[in-house]
Design a protein around this ligand. Structure first.
Ligand code: G3H
Length: 539
């Protein structure tokens, strides 16, 4: 076993006390109708991907447990949400924007108190590094603050009347109803909140189901949710998707599905809804973003970006670079430098200083990655970097697989892990054909310096994907930029401002500009009698 795999599993005594959890966390309650309701039914045990050594052996560290709810509680939660919405007549959907913002500010204030606890749980539950866990928390808080800013701006722009063809109208964005929010395990806090927060602040009510991995880290926020929002505005469900999500979708009473996960599951959920035309979907799905390294690319820069793009959080980002196309003229130099850099990455537990590769939280993932390698090897590729594909427990040392071609699974499947297929090409039409034929259409990275060639590529590629990155890895941020995809990669667009749109519908109050109507509307405005028909300006 190589040196780098030997000391991966610390004993509890070796872990700094600032990273130790305060005992196991057994969540025996769920949030419904403004209260934390006790749960005495079956529970799901949560094991950390971080293995702890105890004498001679190492075992996954038990973190606690969470409720395995059933259809009954799921429908109870749905009823609480519907009651709070009250067909759009509830306190929350009819509240003024300014007041809703005040509730959200209370929440974010309470949330910031939980930073240390949540960061620690992110590390233990999904194996994210300390730096990335802190970044995920801080980015989420910033996202909430930016959302509040964007809503103020939206409200200011809607706080006036438009007069057209003898009709005066005030146009605003109104909520849609009950939103089911389901986030992914790789960004369990951030990606969930990029739908949950805008859905809430726009006046919808939310049922939140955390991902399969990354559940307990939400537990410290339940009291903040309970105390910051009116009863029933935010509710939680836990458990097996079929048991708790199926009944919600089949009820036909979910108005918006905000789901980040696979297109396979998204399709099942959509089809469960009896009236799909009533369901709005906001989906973030799979991707297989390619990087294309052109003959005149700055190789050192391309190598650095490709390492970040393929291996940040062990390649478990929907935006990760998941296949590299390298022009034959530069393939030797690129592969040599890239493989060396990959093999120099440090592997360890999430809180270790400067660690880059951490344990994988999905059980069975190392076996799946090895299967992809076996398939590629049987067709002529091999792992070309030192230590590549060495496995120890939940650790998988990143592997560069070369030369990959279209006969191999690794060419088509989203590996979502530290495995990097490299394809060599002679004609630029080869990577373009890959993108045209791919089921995915999120982003691409182009590495090159010839303005004419880059320009010639941009025009066809912007119609294949939704973001073309030049001389940089693929990424979602900044969060004010639109984040979406084509084909099986997404439905709907998210960004701080787009999310406010996606969870609402444009609605207006209109009247002919007769003196009587003008008088009537003036009276309503003067008395501040409606939250919607209102020209107040939020400062
Ligand atoms: O998994 C998908 C994330 O939204 C990616 O975000 O590109 O900022 O890491 P990121």
């Amino acid at each position: 076993m190589p040196q780098l795999m030997k000391r991966l599993f610390p004993s509890l005594r070796e872990i700094g006390k600032e990273f130790i959890l305060n005992g196991p966390m057994h969540q025996k309650e769920y949030l419904v109708n403004g209260r934390l309701k006790p749960w005495n039914g079956p529970v799901q045990e949560v094991l950390s991907p971080v293995l702890i050594s105890d004498g001679g052996s190492a075992a996954p560290f038990p973190l606690g447990s969470y409720p395995l709810m059933t259809e009954k509680e799921s429908l109870e939660v749905l009823e609480a949400a519907e009651q709070a919405y009250d067909n759009g007549r509830g306190e929350w959907p009819t509240m003024s924007v300014e007041e809703r913002i005040r509730h959200m500010e209370t929440f974010v204030f309470k949330m910031t108190d939980k930073r240390q606890e949540i960061v620690r749980l992110l590390m233990w539950e999904i194996g994210k590094t300390l730096a990335d866990s802190e970044k995920e928390f801080d980015r989420t808080v910033e996202y909430i603050r930016d959302t509040i800013g964007a809503l103020k701006e939206l409200d200011r722009n809607s706080s006036r009347f438009i007069i057209e063809q003898g009709i005066m109208g005030q146009i605003r964005r109104a909520p849609l109803g009950v939103v089911l929010c389901m986030g992914p395990f790789n960004y369990p806090l951030n990606e969930t909140f990029t739908t949950l927060i805008p859905a809430l602040i726009m006046g919808n009510v939310v049922i939140f189901k955390p991902p399969k991995l990354g559940v307990l880290l939400h537990y410290p926020l339940l009291e903040a949710f309970r105390d910051a929002f009116p009863a029933g505005v935010i509710n939680t469900v836990y458990g097996d998707g079929q048991a708790v999500v199926g009944p919600l979708m089949k009820s036909g009473r979910i108005n918006v599905l905000a789901f980040i996960g696979t297109s396979r599951v998204a399709d099942i959920l959509k089809h469960q809804h009896p009236r799909p035309h009533r369901l709005r979907c906001v989906l973030g799905l799979e991707a297989k973003n390619p990087a294309i390294i052109l003959p005149d690319a700055a190789i050192d820069l391309a190598v650095n970006e490709a390492v970040l793009g393929t291996l940040s959080f062990n390649g478990q980002r929907c935006t990760a670079l998941k296949i590299l196309f390298v022009h034959r003229m530069v393939s030797d130099e690129f592969l040599k430098k890239f493989s060396q850099k990959v093999s120099s990455l440090s592997m360890g537990v999430p809180w270790e200083n400067g660690v880059q590769i951490t344990p994988l939280p999905e059980q069975g993932k190392p076996a799946y990655l090895l299967d992809l390698i076996r398939d590629a090897e049987s067709l002529g590729a091999r792992v070309i970097n030192e230590h590549g594909a060495t496995v120890n427990g939940s650790f998988f040392f990143p592997a560069v697989v070369f030369p990959v071609d279209s006969r191999m699974k690794l060419y088509h499947e989203e590996q979502f892990g530290p495995l990097i297929p490299v394809v060599v090409f002679d004609d630029i039409q080869e990577p373009i054909a890959y993108m045209v034929q791919s089921n995915y259409g999120q982003q691409v990275s182009l590495f090159g310096n010839d303005p004419q060639q880059i320009a010639r590529l941009i025009d066809p590629l912007v119609n294949q994907v939704c973001r073309v990155n030049i001389n940089s890895q693929c990424q979602r941020g900044p969060d004010t930029f639109p984040f979406t995809g084509r084909k099986d990669s997404a439905e709907g667009t998210l960004s701080v401002s787009d999310a406010l749109r996606v969870f609402t519908i444009r609605t207006l109050v209109a009247a002919k500009t007769s003196p009587e109507n003008k008088g009537l509307i003036k009276e309503i405005l003067r008395g501040n009698q409606s939250a919607f028909l209102n020209t107040d300006f939020i400062f």
